[in-house]
Write a protein that binds this ligand. Sequence first.
Ligand SMILES: *Cc1c(COP(=O)(O)O)cnc(C)c1O
Length: 393
Amino acid sequence: MDSRLSAWALNVSPSPTLAVDAKAKALKAAGEDVCGFGAGEPDFDTPQFIKDACVKAIAEGKTKYIPAPGLPALREALAEYYTEKKGLKDIKFSNIIVSPGGKFSCYLAFLATISPMDEVIIPAPYWVSYPEMVKLAGGKPVFVYAGDESDFKINSAILEKALTPNTKMIVLTTPSNPTGAVYTKEELQDIVDFAIKHDLYILADEIYESLVYDGVEAISPASLSSEAQSRVIVTSGFSKSYAMTGWRLGTICAPDDIAKAVASLQSQICSNATTFAQYGALEALKRPDLASEALSKMIVQFDRRRLMFYEGLNSIKGVSCRRPKGAFYVFPNISSFGMSSANFCAKLLEDELVAVVPGSAFGSEPNIRFSYAVSEQTIEKGLERFARFCSKL
Ligand SMILES: *Cc1c(COP(=O)(O)O)cnc(C)c1O
């Protein structure tokens, strides 16, 4: 026996964002006054009408297995959402899978399409889990980079340089975690054209689709044409838009063959996502009036905090911050201080008890990530401490 652990286990790294959050929580528990900006989850409660529907489902005994790909009524409602709200064509309930979380949706999408040796182009800054998931699916992550100067957005010219005969897929996160960038229709068209020309899939992670600001719209690359739709796998979920992180409910909207494969994989790996949780999610879709009221309240607050950070960070000497258009993160550039992002963040936590995630975790050394899923008081205090920290460097 070479090792007690598998090659997969030896090869996978733990999530650095969860690690920062855990460290901040441990310091807090020890009585320290920590400003934690590590967490990637809304600080709002799940809307009451969604909770009520779930409680009702439990009371009615909706506590048994359902078909592995999800509650039929929820899949129907999601198919309607993609057709009517997102501009995809003829999405049927068989194109929809409800999974145990947006994260698991991404993993299933890789498992369904990636074979050993296949390469997946991951644009950095990237969400921390993609490279590990690609490796767990047996594939090879290939990184391309677009930094501050291009608003963290890649294009076909950048993709071209990473293309090999083994390239199978491109990952696109729009709106993006960690950058908050949102691709425009023209930018997506360029990438979709590239994918079509080279016969590639696109994994479009749209988990932040509802959290956009400055009047921008989160467009799905799948909506651009039927040819696009035939090669885009859209993953999303309820965690961010409805403040339902703990419910573990994700979605996949995929072409027939891929949706079928995803359903088979899910049926063998975990059966259905929690039954009564899906009744809560169904209510979210069946009551768009209540859902949009709850969402608007969240967005108003997120937007205020976004601008506090955007203005506050840019007023600090040596720090520059792009204006994020979506999600709930700011990703300022701190390279002028001449420290690695990991050292910078470690020192920031030690000196000022401010917890942020180093850009290196997302494949972008010049930056650090603050989550603004925290109160305005915390942001005010955090910015004050951060400014003091920077002024001493
Ligand atoms: C939060 C997040 C997800 C999924 O989260 P779940 O809690 O698994 O639903 C997926 N992609 C990105 C980029 C995220 O930030």
